[in-house]
Write a protein that binds this ligand. Structure first.
Ligand code: ATP
Ligand code: MG
Length: 403
């Protein structure tokens, strides 16, 4: 005997009434992609669940992969048996023998979707429970808090046995929330913001600003490596690399020092928004956390945000640095982020940036300079890389987009 099904419960997406079909289709497509190496499996979905029919595939490996898929609330390996009670008894014993943890207490919970089945739920519970007790020493029934609650579901064509409930990754399926652009620096925060965004079903592309020769190839490589980590979730990731030196030089020259940071962030946001528009995204994501540094005070955000009315999503806004670091460890990006290469913003950070910049002032300072043409130029010269977890496909110009 072998497990022949995995039951997938959707959780949150099953509460979305109108869009349910679209959600389920997206989840199904992503599961199909995740399990692409298993030619033998079949996927079937219904309103509230999905079944992976294993056809002999190793359920342990498949469960390990499915645990990473967003949109799955929980998983259970399942046995499908015929309707004959002896067959069900043997299957129950087999299920017990397959569990990894030690099981001392159990209960059987039968549900009859098919009310015409010759045994009612109590009779089934007794028949199966008795069989397990007779065949396993030391096992006891505990209806309140059992180590194993073996669920037996009687349907018209078959009976399903499930017990173990394995938590899934939660969240929403890939792409179900639309597309957004992640402003990705080489720091700790923005990659974490990327993972959290993907968890909520966003399809993301990354934007990175770099300022050669003030920032090195190694700092660019660091961002490529972080993007490859993000690519692990969906198998690929686009990275837009914006040459930012000219804009930064002009800011250094024209804007009073304590306002350079504010003006820099505004220019970055303007550029990111133009790229977003080209890529047909609907939001910009940052790794900002309230009050963490001068650019992330509420006053700063108020002054910076003025240049765009695109939604800015800040998944980390209310998190402490320690919480963010924990997430960075979990997603295996902390080590890369901690590499000491300089970022364009750190190179040009003034000694004492304004923590309470004023919109009127920054507008006034910016009014003497033609930033727009430099901003357009930066957008035009932006290069797009299409990355996969293992390798980079190549450097593409905007027009020869791979996808
Ligand atoms: P991070 O750890 O993500 O770098 P941080 O705490 O260092 O964040 P800042 O450097 O102020 O904070 O950056 C705030 C946010 O601005 C970043 O999370 C990121 O979204 C964006 N950002 C900063 N620098 C860059 C860059 N060079 N390219 C793209 N986005 C950037
Ligand atoms: Mg940073």
């Amino acid at each position: 005997m072998k497990f022949d099904h995995i039951i997938i419960r959707y959780g949150e997406i099953s509460t979305k009434k109108r869009n349910r079909k679209a959600f389920v289709d997206k989840l199904r497509a992503h599961i199909k992609w995740t399990l692409r190496d298993f030619a033998e499996i079949k996927i079937s979905s219904s309103r509230d669940r999905m079944f992976i029919i294993l056809n002999g595939a190793d359920h342990v490996r498949i469960i390990a992969l499915l645990k990473e898929v967003f949109g799955i609330q929980s998983l259970s390996p399942a046995l499908k048996t015929g309707l004959d009670i002896e067959e069900v008894k043997n299957a129950a014993l087999f299920y017990l023998s397959q569990l990894s943890g030690s099981i001392e207490t159990f209960k059987i919970s039968t549900r009859r979707a098919d009310k015409t089945y010759p045994y009612n739920t109590d009779e089934m519970n007794h028949a199966l429970g008795g069989h397990l007790l007779r065949n396993r020493d030391g096992l006891k029934v505990d209806v309140r808090n059992p180590d194993l609650n073996l669920r037996v579901e009687i349907r018209q064509d078959a009976i399903y046995l499930t017990g173990e409930i394995i938590p899934g990754a939660g969240g929403l399926p890939f792409g179900s929330s639309g597309k957004a652009m992640l402003m990705l620096s080489g720091g700790i925060d923005s990659p974490v913001a990327g993972f959290l965004s993907m968890k909520r079903g966003l399809d993301i592309e990354c934007i990175h600003f770099y300022s050669p020769p003030f920032t090195s190839e190694r700092s660019k490589q660091k961002v490529i490596d972080l993007s490859k980590k993000l690519a692990q979730v969906y198998g690929s990731m686009k990275l837009h690399i914006v040459p930012f030196t000219d804009v930064q030089m002009l800011i250094q020259k024209q804007i009073p020092e304590n306002y350079t940071m504010t003006a820099t962030r505004r220019a970055m946001l303007k550029i990111a928004d133009k790229i977003r528009e080209k890529q047909e995204g609907l939001a910009i994501i940052t790794g900002e956390s309230l009050g963490q540094v001068a650019s992330q005070t509420l006053n700063s955000m108020f002054a910076i945000n003025e240049v765009s009315n695109t939604p800015i999503l800040r998944p980390l806004i209310m998190m402490d640095k320690t919480e963010i670091i924990e997430l960075a460890k979990e997603h295996d990006t902390l080590e890369i982020s901690n590499l000491p290469y300089e970022d364009c913003c750190t190179v040009f950070t003034p000694a004492s940036p304004k923590t309470k910049p004023k919109r009127e002032k920054v507008n006034f300072y910016e009014s003497f300079v033609d930033f727009e043409s430099l901003i357009e130029e930066a957008v035009a010269k932006t290069e797009i890389m299409s990355l996969t977890p293992e390798q980079e496909i190549g450097l593409l110009k905007d027009s020869e987009d791979l996808f």
